[in-house]
Design a protein around this ligand. Sequence first.
Ligand code: CA
Length: 357
Amino acid sequence: MKRRDFIKTAAVGSIATASVAAPTIVSAKTKIKWKMVTTWPKNFPVLGTSANKLGQLIGEMSDGRIKVKVYGGGELVPALETFDAVSGGQAQMGHGSAYYWKGKVEEAQFFSTVPFGLNAQEMNAWLYHGGGMELWKETYEPFGVVPAAAGNTMVQMAGWFNKQINSVEDLKGLKMRIPGLGGEVLRRAGGTPVNLPGAELFTSLKSGAIDATEWVGPYNDLAFGFHKAAKYYYYPGWHEPGTTLEAIVNKEALESLPKDLQSIVMNACKVVNQDMSTEFTAKNNAALNTLVNKHKVDVRRLPDDVLEKLKALSDEVVQELAGKNKAAKRIFESYDRFRKQVIAWDNISEREYLNIR
Ligand code: CA
């Protein structure tokens, strides 16, 4: 009897307390402090500021139950050690792009971008509804890391050139800053890809140490002032047709959260994924207008035969990546199957529409 009364009182008591004082008690008890390390310079336009937004959003959506402190590259760990820091639990979250970890997992490159691959909309479709996300999770599973798409640059520009590109011949001997798979493609076309840190790009281009550089798109490029160092601005960005940015979460940290907070973290990534694409579209459009009308930049399309050559070489390079190991082959097969199908659909939908409007 005594015991039953006690339980009854305790239950009533806890309900009564919950209805009045629960919010403060819960938030005081469960306030969780997370660190997010990133590959971007602190507050880097769109890329870095989106990581900031992600941290802020998780705080707001959880009503302060999780507080995320965001670090620029080099603040807590060097930019390219972001993945290791999240995997090792030094930080609970990270923001970057999968191709930065290619030294660790070569096939991760399929989850950022590959030359002549999927654009932003198609990448999201493959990831969310075409089997890509499951493969991405599997790829990071051995590292105790959970990935999420958290932004997209949209199709980039081919870059800034001080030499005209009128034929495949003009690629021969071209010294260009272009990292990753795109760089390998340029090398096979007879060019010399160089990898320089962002800080050295402007002077290298201006002094003639390099003939060309790719960066992102009009908004980031205008901020960098590349129009003061190069004559021609070429499109399209064949090498980065829709680079996916990623948030990575330490699996153990994620799974230690209650279910609602886990959902908040993962869905906040989805919000930022969408938000970055729209921000880039809006800002690139305004910046292109400034580059063309104010700075009189000479915007040019790469010639068809050059693009065809680059495409043939890209197919080779991507096939080689697919042949690196079993996992790479599985990811490539899924990606390639999706790519072929979506091209057929896009050809009679988006492409036709863009052509007629
Ligand atoms: Ca780029």
